[in-house]
Design a protein around this ligand. Structure first.
Ligand SMILES: [Zn+2]
Length: 68
């Protein structure tokens, strides 16, 4: 997904794997947004869970995959 830095306003990409890792972290830690660090200015950007889910529509909650 493409993110525009909220601080320096430069765009940068977040890989699908990174999006999925972020969603897993949000789910297990019960958070509503994820801090993504800008590669240009290295400051944190808040990305909402809804935005991440839009970028990875096939993502499933971790507990739905391991049912044992
Ligand atoms: Zn930045």
């Amino acid at each position: 997904m493409q993110i525009r830095c909220q601080h320096c306003h430069k765009p940068f990409g977040l890989s699908k794997d990174a999006v999925i890792q972020a969603l897993n972290a949000l789910e297990t830690q019960n958070m509503h947004h994820y801090d993504v660090h800008c590669p240009h200015c290295s400051r944190a950007n808040h990305v909402s869970k809804a935005e991440l889910q839009r970028a990875a529509p096939n993502w499933k909650k971790p507990e739905e995959e391991s049912a044992n």
